[in-house]
Design a protein around this ligand. Sequence first.
Ligand code: IMP
Length: 182
Amino acid sequence: MSNEWEVLISAEALQRRVRELGEAISRDYAGREPLLVGILRGAWVFLADLVRCISIPIRCDFMGVSSYGPQTESQGLVRITSDLSEPVTGQDLLVVEDIVDTGLTIDYLLRNLSARRPRTLKICTLLNKPDRRRVEIPLDYVGFNIPSCFVIGYGLDYNQHHRELPFIATLPPSALSVSPPG
Ligand code: IMP
């Protein structure tokens, strides 16, 4: 299986870019204490590296989200599998996502979180697939824009596998399993 992977973003390039994002967040939120909301399960590796590149006080919480539908395609039917542990009214929320693809998941999350009346609500995503967008989303911090391919590694999975890879790789279509309809 490993021979089929093509590295799209190396571990070194990831670390460099995560450091830049951490520095930008530290500058932009200076004097405040943002609450970073990591979206499970894909964003935990990115979040773990990101917080260590931030030089101001922060807090972290998590939301678990699962999208219904075929394994590699979001249908916009989002289910919250675990919620934030505390109310977030009046706080500076920074949602930390692994990837924004169609945008349907983050659109749902933004609407859900803004109903809780935070002071500010911004998004930081490691990866962005702009060509696949189905709903306009204001992305405040983006690690990398990537083409419309399915990627794994650095927290991102295919069928719950490959999250442990230290780089981002493309999964060739031949590696995606198919099953008959119904
Ligand atoms: P969206 O709702 O289409 O933007 O999809 C968002 C979610 O789909 C992400 O949080 C990921 O969990 C998953 N996803 C989208 N593209 C990929 C990919 O290339 N690799 C792994 N997961 C992906």
